[in-house]
Ligand binder design. Structure first.
Ligand code: TXE
Length: 492
């Protein structure tokens, strides 16, 4: 097979790394190299940030009205819709995500651009009812400057869109650093950005490894805002790098989300919700419902129905529309899954289903796995696996369910399955999580903020707040008085 060779986009030009170095990307469904990409380093990151900074200050971008920025975003959304199937196939080949899932995400992706496009010319400041005679004051939301968007491998285009659309709507410019494991779809997308009519340098992409290209970007003095999605340990490096230059930061770091099934739940819905939560995307989802908390009265029936449903999950080639579960995106991730399941066994977890690689697949596949856990202290109950592994625990009453649900350092999402509306609202109120789904799971919208608390990060993507988060307010004071200014040594 001939390898696909990609270049990166800086200042409107498709280029190699200045050093000429490249790295290889592997197709997770086969375990074989399929593409070669520029291995950017500090010099390339600097080149891209300077291009983005120049674009931010230059008239071609700065001189556009917010309405025109919105029009460009709308055109970009339309171009994504036109190229959705090509982008979906590229992404599936690169990260092993199911084609059904990437097609689904791509079909919805234009909404993020259309939504932000509509907001671009609605970012209003306000006039302030200042309590000082002869003073007129108002605020203006201003873009921040260069945004470094650091993207993981699990949903490259979706996680780019949710950063890029609001950042551009607000008037910023960007340098995107895709994951070294899944850059291809973002590079193709970057070509559409240019086609939509965005001036050169407004959106740049540098490909390369985290500790070199990623670290160089996040510590660059001209980067004013960092939008990061990835793991907590990398996030700590990013936070430290942001401290150097006081760059504003948002972090979306994954979770250990509880999916709570009460005795009165609709069993079929709850089972589908559990499968959607942890086996869709092979569990490689930040909001994965990786802890199933099930009430005593329904526990046996739930486990029987869930394991029966799991037995029907078709593991296979992610490009095959009949497959339900593809491989892990990286060999390293498969190793993490295997070692965490091994440790769970040693710590006393009971394997109710799965627990190994499926036979007959050459790529990085792992079976959908269900582990019965009796202690919340288990590593697999506390820590993110990022694979198709659910820890299931039983509870007796609401208080116990809430204590278990709130019992990890993560706080990204939660699911509640009950027909009792009062209980649903009590849990929605009391659960420590940034997203709560009642009788559904993994619902997303351009209008709905996503983000967590604690080890799940901070800042929100999606919704109006996300656009505002790419601005800072300027306050303008105007002295209307015709009198000369008085005593300079007292505050006005
Ligand atoms: O992510 P990393 P990894 C979780 C999941 C997974 C763990 C590690 O539990 O097992 O994180 O995954 C770039 N400075 N999630 O190692 O390293 C890197 O190149 C700047 C949750 O793949 O966090 C990539 O572009 N950037 C998650 C991005 O950071 C650096 C999605 C994410 O990589 C860098 C993925 C550095 N020093 C994994 N080092 C979610 N929230 O959805 C790496 N990067």
């Amino acid at each position: 097979m001939t390898l696909r060779k990609f270049q990166m986009l800086v200042n409107g030009a498709w280029i190699d790394a200045a050093s000429g170095k490249t790295y290889e990307s592997i197709n997770p469904a086969t375990g074989r190299v399929w593409s070669v990409l520029p291995d950017a380093d500090e010099a390339d990151a600097d080149h891209a940030v300077r291009a983005a900074d120049a674009a931010f200050r230059g008239p071609a971008w700065r001189g556009l009205t917010a309405t025109t920025r919105g029009k460009l975003l709308r055109r970009l959304g339309d171009l994504i819709a036109e190229h959705a199937s090509e982008l979906a196939e590229l992404e599936t080949q690169d990260n092993g995500k199911l084609i059904r899932e990437t097609r689904g995400q791509l079909a919805y992706l234009p909404e993020f651009f259309h939504y932000s496009a509509g907001l671009a010319d609605k970012l209003e400041g306000s006039t302030l009812p200042i309590d000082k005679a002869d003073m007129f004051a108002f605020t203006v939301p201003e873009p921040l400057g260069v945004v470094a968007a650091i993207i993981p491998w699990n949903s490259p285009l979706y996680l780019t869109a949710i950063k890029l659309a609001p950042a551009l709507a607000a008037g910023n410019t960007l340098v995107i650093k895709p994951s070294e494991h899944a850059s291809a779809s973002i590079l193709r997308f970057a070509a559409l950005v240019a086609e939509a009519g965005f001036p050169a340098g407004v959106v740049n992409v540098v490909t390369g490894l985290g500790p070199s290209a990623g670290a160089a970007l996040t510590k660059h003095p001209l980067v004013r805002r960092i939008a990061f999605t990835g793991g907590p340990s990398t996030a700590r490096h990013v936070i430290k790098a942001s401290a150097e230059n006081f760059a504003k930061l948002s972090l979306e770091l994954g979770g250990k989300s509880a999916n709570i099934v009460f005795d009165d739940a609709d069993l079929e819905s709850a089972v589908n919700g559990a499968v959607a939560g942890i086996y869709a995307a092979s569990g490689q989802s930040c909001v994965a419902g990786s802890r199933l908390l099930v009430q005593d009265g329904i526990y046996e029936r739930f486990v029987a129905a869930l394991t029966a449903r799991m037995a029907r999950i078709r593991i296979g080639d992610p490009l095959d529309p009949n497959s339900d579960m593809g491989p892990m995106a990286t060999e390293q991730q498969l190793g993490i899954v295997e070692s965490m399941v091994g440790r769970a066994r040693e710590e006393g977890a009971d394997v109710l289903a799965g627990g190994q690689r499926p036979a007959g697949h050459e790529g990085w596949y792992y079976e959908p796995t269900l582990l019965a856990c009796t202690s919340e202290k288990l590593d697999v109950v506390q820590n993110e696996v990022f694979g198709p592994v659910a820890a299931i625990m039983r509870f007796n009453d609401d208080a116990e369910a809430l204590a278990l649900a709130n019992g990890t350092e993560y706080a990204l999402a939660a699911g509640i399955w009950t027909r009792d509306i009062g209980r649903a609202h009590r849990f929605a109120r009391d659960i420590h999580a940034g997203i709560v789904w009642v009788n559904t799971y993994r619902a997303v919208s351009a209008m709905a903020p996503i983000g967590g608390f604690g080890a799940s990060g901070y800042g929100r993507e999606g919704g109006i707040h996300a656009v505002l988060d790419y601005t800072e307010l300027k306050t303008v004071w105007v002295n209307l008085s015709e009198q000369p200014m008085g005593d300079p040594f007292v505050m006005r």
